[in-house]
Design a protein around this ligand. Structure first.
Ligand SMILES: C[S@@+](CC[C@H](N)C(=O)[O-])C[C@H]1O[C@@H](n2cnc3c(N)ncnc32)[C@H](O)[C@@H]1O
Length: 189
């Protein structure tokens, strides 16, 4: 990948470094993480360098993104779907950044499958309330497995938090679309 292309991709996601990663530095540093919807993993590579945050596993349905992700993060195992993740995976943090909204009607079953396979103490989520008529292009960062064209099925933040709290993830903070939740009885699992 040329320097020009890397620069273009960095420009595409730089704002998320400032709003999603940097404010959570203390939570993220020195942790082992799974990133669902990892895209090209550019921010994960930066977090590894700057915070020693190790994204050991990622999920990304788009093949080109997966290949790029591997280039930026040779140590990260990247899978096509949650279903393909190894069972009984333990990480400190699961990142779900701007991805639940791309799961359409399947967001609950995707998350149920995720929690069945992966145990994590912290969920670090970026999720906003979308308008139903907002367009999902289905390409690039909007790529999704279900050919969704709008956000009609994307849960409101409240609905999502209620769903997670029912699964023992307690809301620690909610600020600027960043939700941080902690598993209540991690040691019991
Ligand atoms: C809007 S981008 C967000 C990328 C990155 N997490 C960030 O915050 O910059 C959504 C990413 O999730 C991927 N994606 C879409 N549907 C997915 C699914 N069901 N499971 C995992 N990843 C998915 C897309 O291919 C895309 O790379």
């Amino acid at each position: 990948m040329s320097q020009k292309e890397i620069h273009k991709h960095w420009k595409n996601c730089q704002r998320h470094w400032d709003t999603t990663w940097l404010p959570s530095k203390e939570i993220i540093k020195n942790k082992k993480c799974l990133d669902v919807g990892i895209w090209k993993g550019i921010l994960n590579a930066k977090a590894m360098k700057e915070f020693n945050c190790n994204t050991t596993h990622g999920v990304e349905p788009d093949q080109e993104h997966r290949l790029d992700c591997k280039r930026f993060n040779p140590h990260t195992e990247v899978y096509e779907s949650i279903n393909d993740l190894p069972s009984d995976l333990h990480v400190d943090i699961i990142f779900l950044h701007a991805v639940i909204c791309l799961m359409g009607n399947f967001w609950k079953s995707e998350l149920e499958e995720l929690f069945k396979k992966v145990k994590a103490n912290i969920l670090h989520i970026r999720h906003k309330d979308h308008n139903d008529d907002e367009i999902v292009t289905g390409v690039g960062r909007d790529n999704n497995n279900y050919n969704i064209t709008n956000y009609e099925e994307s849960p409101s933040s409240k609905k999502l938090i209620d769903f997670l709290q029912e699964r023992k993830y307690k809301l620690l903070s909610q600020h600027n679309a960043i939700l941080i939740l902690e598993y209540e009885k991690y040691t019991d699992r």
